[in-house]
Ligand binder design. Structure first.
Ligand code: UDP
Ligand code: MG
Length: 139
């Protein structure tokens, strides 16, 4: 059964480029409620662990380097059908393929530096949310 929470990060590129406010506005205007929110930075080990599923991919090293190079905004979001609806809101991994009106269409600059993360399943949303937030940080 689908749960109603997903996990996101505004990635180092979008934080550095000053897009936190505009991206949060897109998220809340789309009907997502903020359950948890934190400006933080991944260590190399954190990024390796978070993206372990991609460890064998050619872009893994670059991805770990990028995701740990500066602050990120981590958040847990709530809405009916959260995982699927949030993937629709962020758009395709490659901004060249992202639909008009999506966050990646507006703010991603490349397939690697693509502004936002969105969980791909309810199971991963729970794992990724717990990776960043203690229970008492969920509201
Ligand atoms: N990525 C990359 N090159 C690729 C595919 C992915 O650098 O060819 C990066 C990109 O930052 C992406 C992340 O790895 O967001 C995770 O990849 P995934 O296929 O899970 O894409 P997503 O779920 O983020 O759309
Ligand atoms: Mg993914």
């Amino acid at each position: 059964m689908a749960t109603n929470r997903t996990f996101t990060m505004i990635k180092p590129d979008a934080v550095a480029n000053g897009h936190i406010g505009n991206i949060l506005a897109m998220i809340t205007n789309a009907g997502f409620k903020i359950v948890s929110l934190k400006l933080t930075q991944l260590t190399t080990a954190d990024a390796q662990k978070f993206y372990d599923v991609h460890a064998a991919r050619p872009f893994y090293g670059e991805l770990v380097e990028f995701m740990s190079r500066g602050p990120i905004l981590a958040a847990i979001l709530e809405k009916d059908n959260a995982v699927e609806d949030f993937r629709t809101l962020i758009g395709a991994t490659n901004p060249a393929d992202a639909a008009e009106g999506t966050i990646r269409k507006a703010y991603a600059t490349s397939i690697g530096e693509n502004a936002v993360h969105g969980s791909d399943s309810d199971e991963n949303a729970a794992i990724e949310g717990a990776f960043h937030f203690a229970g008492r940080e969920n509201f």
